[in-house]
Structure formats: C-alpha cells, structure tokens
Design a protein. Structure first.
Length: 141
C-alpha cells in the first residue's frame, strides 16, 4: 500500500472518529435540553485540534516506519491527490454557502458552526474515499 493511500485511510478514520466524539459530547451535554443552548465551541475546537494532531502523529509514525516510502510520490500519486482534494472541496463550498444562507436568515450560531464543521468533516471523508477508490481501481478513470 502506497504511503499516500495510508495517509488517505488515516484521514478517513480520524475524521469519522473525531466527529463521532464531537456529536457524542454535544448530545451528552444537551441531556434532553435544546441543542442551541448547549455549549459547543470548546468541544468543536478540541475535537478539530485533536483530529489534526492525531493525523499528524499517525502520518509521522508511518513515515518513520518506512522513510523511503513516505518520500516516494509519482505522477499517479499526484493526480490521485489532486482529484481527491478537488472532490472533497465540494463540501467546503457547500458548507460555506449553507453558512452564508443560514447567517442571512438569522439562524442561531450553533447551527451555522455545526454545518461548517460537518462539511469540513464530509470534505475530508469524501476526499479520502475518492483517493482510496482511485488507488484500489485502475486510475485514471
């Protein structure tokens, strides 16, 4: 398995786990009360930060385990990375558009922040899945 594919798997798993943790923390804090009254900012920042740190630590560990493999990147790897990133970025655009519309409509900050965070997570997941599929099938399509 190429180092770039391992990196995509790492991003996929870490993104899904940190978002699941975030949702669990928020639902636990809500405890049957209204979600918009639930303090969310610290949990959002901590889980997002933990996701970044976890991804970096895992990537560095994989790089140390195979130093030569982490530096090898051919044209196929670059193209797969580009297609995966472009595919994932669609959710960043969707999230930004949704946040803008929600702000113009006067929605609560809780919903705006959570839609943006969800779209960042979906962007990472979609981009990673696209890369994994590209590595597992004959690319280019």
């Amino acid at each position: 398995m190429a180092h770039q594919e391992k990196r995509a798997w790492t991003m996929l798993v870490v993104s899904a786990v940190v978002y699941a943790v975030y949702v669990a923390v928020i639902l636990n804090r809500a405890d049957g009360h209204q979600l918009t009254a639930t303090p969310y900012a610290a949990a959002l920042l901590w889980t997002a930060g933990a996701g970044v740190v976890a991804t970096m630590v895992i990537d560095m560990s994989l790089g140390m385990a195979n130093p030569r493999g982490s530096r090898l990147k051919d044209a196929r790897d670059r193209e797969i990375g580009r297609v995966g990133d472009y595919t994932g970025q669609s959710f960043v655009i969707i999230g930004a558009t949704a946040a803008m519309l929600m702000a113009m409509a006067g929605w609560d900050r809780f919903w705006i922040a959570n839609v943006v965070y969800l779209c960042f997570i979906l962007s990472a997941i979609l981009g990673s899945v696209t890369k994994i599929i590209a590595y597992r099938t004959s690319f280019p399509w």
